[in-house]
Design a protein around this ligand. Structure first.
Ligand code: ADP
Ligand code: MG
Length: 357
């Protein structure tokens, strides 16, 4: 039995839906993300799960019990849900320990102290219990906010862009720490973010949202390698599209010659498609049959991301090990190293950017 079921909900403001037909579930101990660009409805979806926004249609069930239907919105405090927001929202006049203890009503002083000490330890804040929020860095304040949300041991933790005020190094480190902490405490969570690295670092499953709806609900691996929608292919990871014509269900005629993948494409034979080419699909090879000109390069440490131009003018991205140090204008030889090819009907891009609502 999933812990949380969100079934076909719509929600919005002034009777106008901004999320529609949203369906997903969260199993016990699972961490999921809603990932999408700003304005796509992530916060509205999270607020509906929390009980701050009513649903216009559909229902939300916690442990199979309806908590939101068009006729009922169980208040947030009765849902056993914890929340962490982007702006830490700590009480400035309370110490770190008192902030964390804030939600622990009805417990003995000893129980509260034990739980607070445990959370200070678990969030890397040992010995900081007597400090005040203004004496902490942004990362430490967000750890306090997390500890405070976890203190009442919620069944489900909701996090809305919790790391976006932090610098990128800290963001990545803290997201991995939060994942480890939630997994070790056995707490299920929904993370809302526009940052795919954050979503991928933390989540078992990710829903990519666009214009108020989830286009694909999948593992990070499948979202990257098997996007089911042109928007998802564009939004996740890097890559370019090359034009092709379907020759057999697994073969495409392109300017790179006949390309074959190991799984069938759903478009009909003879139709015009765009084929997704990721930077890791194009590899350097002295004997490679693709000749291209280096037009741009971005040093990434272990790798260099090259923008390569084909004789036709089409540009592709390619990751080379960083000791392959070419100059702009150099000619390089590469080959396709993709095992499976993902194609979309040509023009699908335009359709996908239209509002769905
Ligand atoms: P996200 O969190 O993905 O950025 P939101 O859920 O905040 O998206 O917003 C989705 C849409 O709903 C946006 O078009 C936004 O302008 C609108 N919206 C958000 N909050 C309100 C509100 N309180 N009143 C009216 N419209 C809102
Ligand atoms: Mg938001």
């Amino acid at each position: 039995m999933p812990l949380l079921k969100v079934e076909n909900i719509s929600a919005g403001y002034d009777g106008e839906p901004v999320i529609d037909a949203l369906t997903f579930h969260v199993n016990r101990g699972e961490i999921v993300s809603l990932l999408g660009p700003s304005g796509c409805g992530k916060t509205t979806a999270l607020r509906a799960v929390a009980g701050f926004e009513p649903v216009l249609t559909g229902q939300i069930l916690l442990r199979d019990r309806p908590v939101s239907t068009p006729a009922l919105t169980l208040p947030p405090e009765q849902r056993s849900i914890g929340m962490v927001f982007q702006d830490y929202a700590l009480f400035p006049h309370l110490t770190v320990a008192d902030n964390i203890a804030f939600g622990l009503h009805g417990k003995t002083i000893v129980d509260r102290r034990v739980q607070v000490e445990h959370l200070l330890d678990a969030t890397g804040l040992a010995n900081m219990g007597s400090r005040y929020p203004h004496e902490l860095s942004g990362g430490q304040q967000q750890r306090v906010a997390l500890a405070r949300a976890l203190a009442p041991r919620p069944a489900l933790l909701l996090m809305d862009e919790p790391f976006s005020n932090l610098d990128i190094d800290l963001r990545e480190r803290l997201s991995v720490e939060v994942r480890d902490l939630l997994k070790s405490e056995g707490i299920s969570a929904i993370l809302v973010t526009h940052d795919q690295h954050e979503a991928f670092a933390v989540s078992d499953k990710v829903g990519v949202m666009h214009h108020g709806t989830i286009l694909q609900w999948d593992t990070p691996y499948s979202l990257y390698h098997e996007p089911n929608h042109r928007f998802v292919a564009d939004f996740i990871g890097q890559g370019r599209f090359i034009d092709g014509v379907v020759r057999t269900p697994q073969t495409f005629d392109t300017e790179l010659g006949l390309l074959s993948g190991n799984r069938p494409c759903s478009e009909t034979i003879g139709s015009e498609v765009e084929i997704l080419v990721r930077p890791d699909d194009i590899v350097p090879d002295h004997d490679g049959d693709i000749v291209a000109t280096v037009r741009d390069k971005a040093f990434k440490g272990a790798e260099i991301l090259y923008t390569l131009e084909l004789p036709t003018g089409t540009r592709l991205l390619s990751l080379f090990p960083s000791h392959h140090d070419h100059h702009l204008g150099d000619t390089v030889r590469v080959r396709m190293a993709a095992e499976h090819l993902i194609c979309f009907a040509r023009g699908a891009h335009n359709r996908s950017t239209e509002p769905i609502l």
